[in-house]
Design a protein around this ligand. Sequence first.
Ligand SMILES: Nc1ncnc2c1ncn2[C@@H]1O[C@H](COP(=O)(O)OS(=O)(=O)O)[C@@H](OP(=O)(O)O)[C@H]1O
Length: 217
Amino acid sequence: MLTEKIERSKEIIAAALEQAKGAMATFSGGKDSLVLLHLIRTVQGGKIAIPVLNIDTGVKFPEIYRFIDKMRRLWGFNLVRENNIGAIPPEEIGRDQVQCCYRLKTVPLKRALEKYRVSHLFTAIRRDEHPARAGEDYISPREDHIRVQPLLHFTREDIWAYIRLHHLPYCSLYDRGYVSLGCRPCTSPAGSGEAERSGRAAAKERAMPDLRQLGYF
Ligand SMILES: Nc1ncnc2c1ncn2[C@@H]1O[C@H](COP(=O)(O)OS(=O)(=O)O)[C@@H](OP(=O)(O)O)[C@H]1O
């Protein structure tokens, strides 16, 4: 039942917020982190009181940038943007995916964690997204901080049901066939019957690197 799943997520969020000395949420502009922010907003009484991190690779879709700004205005949260733009020459972006993801995503993420002294980082990953995420726990200690992953038990359908239930706005790319939003060079729409992340890196017909291994999400 969705109601029970929502309650479970709220409990995880509330407990982590209570323990955290430096909590931070993540928002990619995607549907899952949208739900994460809404849940945090609910737990915090209608206002997101912790900073919200967006890692800007510089090659996201314009629709994503616009949607992030729209939500920032609507919900009035403190959006913190971090980037490492320029670390990869434009013509090489997406070519060596491990290097590209590491420099454009992991490096700025690590920098943000240090800069903002983050003890607990809230992410919106789900177990059903990918086999690599199936074994994840709600609370996942890393080298220097703790990942809080309150949406692990949500399915893709749960996310959309939540968005409909609360009449949340969402990024327009989802209505144009995109099911998982990454960087422009490595994302294409997925066919309707395909796995959720099949459009990621499909533009290059390659598998995404293991981002967990790279210290990303
Ligand atoms: N660029 C950026 N900025 C801030 N937060 C981010 C970013 N990329 C990933 N995330 C967080 O990780 C969640 C899962 O996203 P992805 O499956 O796209 O992750 S990954 O890029 O493949 O590692 C993601 O949720 P959704 O993107 O909504 O699914 C966020 O909680």
